[in-house]
Ligand binder design. Structure first.
Ligand code: CAA
Length: 381
């Protein structure tokens, strides 16, 4: 067994790190405060092949693997968690289902511009009454000639303030519950679609989260992804990959917090010496780096499983569960090491602390990850 990045991975990580430091980091604090969506960042990321990292080059993507994808999301999230999730959603929740469930025509029309970063995607599954219980969604799709008519409301949709394309889930038969769901690819300029206001949130405040409403929205049959009734499985399989992206995001946020905590502990003097000389601080830092490495390895294990073409629901859920809770603990300790200064907006750790919190909620809460993990070890192994 080899746990080492290839030369290509190191080159990619270093070039994304430069891009993150030079282009993304300088505006991270400002867009967190203003909530401004960094569309220009997304366009530039697309030019570097980061909007569809593991989409094959023939479909407009970067042609790399899942480890490469995790490295990209970690590096971007280290400087700006909003930009990290914007990229993660486009890669794993939008490009991925079209790549795996789309036909050639859908790949040509939708996947290529998304993977090149010319268009931005969002994933519209969650509804006011269907969050953790995603199969209970109430949006409907009624067949009418060669198109469907969709009605319903989606909430908390990342990227939706600026997205060009949405993956939309709606039911063709509510009585069939999760077996009655279909998935659609919908250009956001559809006249039946309206967007709400940008949600002001605790963290990842620049990720363009909003509500979407569909009112008699016509969607051609040709834009249905997979068959009627396959939508729930498409959503679940897609979220398996998405959870790896969120795990990588949590690792990035925690890495940033650890870096700032070490620098601060070496600079800050109390009782006549740097606080890094105190064992209490050293023990904090030792715990932080150990948990962080464990989380990164779990994330890479999930990437490896996906790259091998294995079913990786268990590994993705474990990585998401552990890294999101780890990021919470690491950012909390980083803030504690900074003391009163860490609680001010002058330092970055308060932003990392706020940003980390959502990783325990979106793309399946910690409690949902535990259900998935338990189901695998009890019923499927
Ligand atoms: N891949 C493929 N198929 C899957 C699957 C997977 N990972 N998981 C389940 N399925 C299949 C099952 O095999 C089953 O099929 P059969 O009946 O043919 O056997 C079918 O789907 C139904 O499965 P369950 O009975 O397990 O479904 P459930 O209704 O009990 O729900 C759940 C399971 C795990 C709780 C699921 O509802 C879930 O993951 N909920 C969380 C939803 C979520 O993560 N939402 C995130 C929103 S998107 C977001 O957050 C984006 C963002 O902003 C960044």
């Amino acid at each position: 067994m080899q746990i080492e990045l290839s030369e290509e991975h190191v080159l990619l990580r270093d070039s994304v790190r430069r891009f993150a430091e030079e282009v993304v980091k300088p505006r991270a604090k400002e867009i967190d405060a203003s909530g401004e969506f960094p569309r220009d960042f997304f366009t530039q990321a697309g030019e570097l092949g980061l909007a569809g990292v593991y989409v094959p080059e023939e479909h407009g993507g970067g042609g790399m693997d899942m480890i490469a994808y995790a490295l990209v999301i970690e590096e971007i999230s280290k400087v700006c968690a909003s930009s990290g999730v914007i990229l993660s959603v486009n890669n794993s929740l939008v490009c991925d289902p079209i790549l795996h469930f789309g036909n050639d025509d859908q790949k040509k029309r939708f996947l290529e511009p998304l993977a090149r970063g010319e268009q931005l995607g969002c994933f519209a599954l969650t509804e006011p009454g269907a969050g953790s219980d995603a199969g209970a969604l109430r949006a409907t799709a009624r067949l009418d000639g060669d198109s469907y008519i969709l009605n319903g409301t989606k909430v908390f949709i990342t990227n939706a303030t600026h997205a060009d394309i949405a993956i939309v889930f709606a039911s063709t038969d509510l009585e069939k519950k999760s077996k009655g769901i279909a998935a659609f690819v919908v250009p956001m300029d559809n006249p039946g679609l309206s967007r709400g206001e940008h949600e002001v949130k605790l963290g990842v405040n620049a990720s363009g989260t909003t509500e979407l409403a569909f009112t008699d929205m016509r969607v051609p049959v040709a834009d249905r992804l997979g068959e009627e009734g396959e939508g729930f499985k498409i959503a679940m399989a897609t979220l398996d990959g998405g959870r790896i992206g969120i795990a990588a995001q949590a690792v990035g946020i925690a890495q940033a917090a650890l870096g700032e905590a070490i620098s601060y502990a070496k600079e800050r003097e109390q009782f006549g010496r740097p606080i890094s000389n105190f064992q209490a601080i050293q023990f904090y830092l030792a715990d932080m780096v150990t948990e962080l490495d464990a989380g990164r390895l779990l994330t890479w294990k999930a990437c490896w499983a996906k790259d091998q073409g294995k079913r990786y629901s268990l590994e993705a859920a474990q990585a998401k569960l552990f890294t999101s809770e780890m990021a919470q603990r690491v950012t909390n300790k980083a803030l504690q090491i900074h003391g009163g200064y860490g609680y001010t907006r002058e330092y970055n750790v308060e932003r990392f602390f706020r940003d980390a919190r959502i990783t325990e909620i979106y793309e399946g809460t910690s409690e949902i990850q535990k259900l998935v993990i338990a189901d695998w070890i009890i019923n499927r192994s």
